[in-house]
Design a protein around this ligand. Structure first.
Ligand code: UGA
Length: 437
């Protein structure tokens, strides 16, 4: 099939490459010319494991091109909208400017019978509004909402072998012609057994925000338990193991630590609350305010624990922060809890050095006042305290005996509860986890 993908950030670039991998002829449209050029030379403008190789692989087949010219969408039968929906400045709601601009720009190149597929995360009701807008200009275009559930760091696998496909169509019916067309797009993963659900437009939009809200709630639940464990002298990692064995609960997303960040979970729960308010259903989501508050408290808690760990205050203390990205296997620093903690510590007088295998360029653009050191050994040298805040495998695998020779004071705060506390203590370290005695 001929497919256009509008917006080639994390979501769109991966989606375009994966659609070409599935055998379709794809044009990726990205208004930022430098990003479009990089993608056209098979270089992802961000770090995602396997993406450069995949881009090279599919570009050799000539099935994938990138451009900044939206007119190249003409002739495609299916158009995926993959632009960002960031949080509005100073408000909780989602900023839909890019979605509206993308659809307006695309309208002149749409033909009757085309399928416009929204993948961006949008407030419920957006798709119906876009369907009306499109129908006013080009009759017979099918507007579908097909939310994306990919995780950064696993984006290719999540796109090619997702847990499920959700198709939101106007009448919510299996017989909708757009369902047949999307089935062709996803023919290979469907043949491999991926479940596909057909729902109406508002349900599809809500599935996405509900899923992210549930994940955020799960993380904040375990972080609330970590607060209690701290108060009671219990161990939240053992508690999570024990409750996680109940299949109804499950152990995934019960990793207590410094909390969630990134470009999705924090802004999605806020946009969801804002939209519920507009719909007069704000009471239904007031619990998400608590989820957000628990999450933000983690950051303050780590600053306080670091102060305790340093014994006589933070002033002048050399603190090494391991990890800048909001999670491992990503160079994304949007709302990164680790950077927000690093900046707080620096503001309170500590001398903070941040290291990360991939995210330093992005981090230094966002927080130019912090010191960055790409070499791990160098970053650890002479530290008065080490904070593991993003659990890259190279930090999980650190040898406490080797690191001890580099630092001034063997004090470590394990912000993700991933280190073997007994091993570090035996090696002579003062170890602090979060919600662990
Ligand atoms: C999230 C969802 O997991 C995806 O399903 C969704 O498609 C995506 O948002 C999106 O809306 O586009 P992502 O932001 O890539 O994906 O990252 P997650 O793996 O969900 O992690 C989010 C944050 O939670 C990270 O900061 C991570 O460190 C933290 N986390 C995760 C915890 O603190 N504890 C856990 O147990 C799990």
């Amino acid at each position: 099939m001929r497919i256009s993908v509008i917006g080639c950030g994390y979501l769109g670039a991966v989606h375009a490459a994966c659609m070409a991998k599935l055998g379709h002829e794809v044009v990726g449209i990205e208004l930022d010319e430098s990003k479009a050029k990089a993608l056209a030379s098979a270089e992802a403008p961000f770090f995602e494991p396997g993406l450069d190789d995949l881009l090279q692989d599919v570009q050799q087949t000539a099935r994938l091109t990138f451009t900044s010219d939206i007119a190249r969408a003409s002739g495609s039968h299916v158009h995926f909208i993959c632009v960002g929906t960031p949080q509005k400045k100073g408000e909780n709601g989602a900023d839909l400017t890019y979605v509206h601009e993308a659809v307006r720009a695309l309208i002149p190149y749409l033909s009757p019978g085309d399928v416009l597929v929204g993948k961006s995360t949008v407030p419920v009701g957006t798709a119906a509004g876009l369907a009306r807008l499109v129908a006013d200009h080009v009759p017979g275009v099918h507007v579908v909402w097909n939310p994306e559930f990919l995780r950064e760091g696993h984006a290719i696998q999540d796109t090619l072998q997702p847990d499920r496909f959700v198709y939101g169509v106007a009448d919510g019916s299996e017989d909708n012609v757009a369902v047949t067309i999307l089935d062709k797009v996803y023919e290979t993963p469907l043949a491999d057994g991926t479940v596909r659900l057909v729902v109406d437009l508002p349900t599809a939009e809500l599935v996405k925000t509900a899923a992210n809200s549930f994940l955020a709630t799960k993380i904040s639940f375990i972080n609330a338990m970590a607060e209690l464990c701290d108060a009671a002298g219990a161990d939240v990692t053992q508690l999570a193991d024990a409750i996680g064995l109940d299949e109804r609960i499950g152990r995934k997303f019960l990793q207590a630590g410094i909390g969630f960040g990134g470009g999705c979970l924090p802004k999605d729960i806020r946009a969801f609350m804002a939209r519920a308010g507009e719909l007069g259903a704000d009471q239904a989501l007031t619990f998400l305010r608590e989820v957000d508050a628990i999450n933000m408290r983690r950051r303050t808690r780590v600053v306080e624990l670091t102060r305790e760990l340093c014994v006589d205050g933070l002033l002048g203390k050399r603190i090494t922060v391991l990890g800048a990205a909001f999670k491992p296997d990503s160079d994304d620093v949007r709302d990164s809890p680790s950077l927000s903690i690093a900046a707080q510590l620096q503001l309170q007088g500590a001398v903070v050095t941040v290291t990360d295998p991939k995210a330093l360029a992005n981090a230094s653009r966002r927080f130019p006042e912090l010191q960055y050191e790409p070499e791990l050994d160098q970053a650890l040298r002479n530290a008065d305290a080490v904070l593991l805040l993003t659990e890259w495998s190279e930090y999980r695998d650190l040898d406490p005996y080797v690191v001890k020779d580099l630092v001034t004071e063997p004090r470590i705060l394990d912000g993700r509860n991933v280190l073997d506390s007994a091993k570090w203590r035996t090696a002579g370290w003062q170890y602090r986890g979060l919600g662990r005695p």
